[in-house]
Design a protein around this ligand. Sequence first.
Ligand code: NAI
Length: 350
Amino acid sequence: MKVVMVLYPGGPAAKENPELLGCAENALGLRKFIESQGHELVSITDTGAELERHLPTTHVLVATPFWPAYMTRERIQMSPELRLLLTAGVGSDHFDLAAAAERRITVAEITGSNVVSVAEHVVMQVLALVRNYMPSYEDVVHGGWNIGPLAARSHDLEDKTVGIVGMGRIGQRVAARLKPFDVRMFYYDNRRLSAAEEQVLGARFLPLDTLVPECDVISINAPLTPATERLFNLERLRRMKKGAYLVNTARGRIVDTQALVDVLKDGHLAGYAGDVWYPQPATPDHPWRTMPHHAMTPHVSGTTLEAQRRYANGVKECLAAFFDGRPIEREYLIAEGGKIVSPSYSYAYT
Ligand code: NAI
């Protein structure tokens, strides 16, 4: 079998820190494992021509959301041998799931591998926005001491209303971590939690259109599907409370690119943060880089060193099963046997 990994470049950090498993140089720490089983491993960073050169002979493609190899329908057609698409991480929208399912290609991801890492990032970015951290930090670095304008945009999180859109593994961890801040919390998900789960998390269900205008802070934690693409379009962004904050660590395409710039420029939203963009890597002139009142990072929340270890182990587990002809862990499966089987995705594809 030929396994192709498309991973981000580690640069000098790849050698300096062998724990940086998720880069192309370190190939998830799986080179020996794959080659010792008699299979071929190609680990590349190029998501364009070099990837396409390998596609006709690739059996397994491993990619990450942080440095996506966009496997479009055309590219899937260029890959007659392809049998397994694996996401080293969580979120498999970089693969055309419908096209993969039609070809009966198995799609799997390492469910749960980085959910704590992302939830911590969300909490950090919520606080960064609400407390006006980024301008305060910039002020210090640039020699200032401008308490007035900095304090004029700084709030407590306590007593604010928080909304979570997508109450799955990450959404629930965000809720658990924000509950001790004494916030009022609502959530929307197309699968409602039990009353006991709602009580433990301190979050009440609201339909999306009721939740949106209620909240001072909204965190998006739903997958990108045909149902969530541009879910936060201009109309919905305008329905958010004036002066509210939006944090999106789910996927860039869930928020309309230009509409977001407009509502930040005219002050309707007080701030935006997250780590997901479209396309990725973001172009140097991507408008979100320079829009006002943002606290964005590159796509790093789900690739802490601990997360890399977890998703590398998960990829190894999936490859071992695949090489031995055993079934892949059910919880990891997104598409199998010609169907989209993950409950977080399937409703949007039927
Ligand atoms: P999950 O599958 O545990 O939870 C997703 C939740 O979203 C489910 O409860 C599902 O019912 C809900 N959902 C699906 N469609 C919805 C819709 N139209 N409206 C409202 N809710 C909807 O997945 P998990 O682990 O919580 O991850 C969620 C997403 O976060 C991933 O799909 C991925 O896109 C993103 N992610 C980002 C990372 C990063 O590094 N920034 C890392 C990991 C995940």
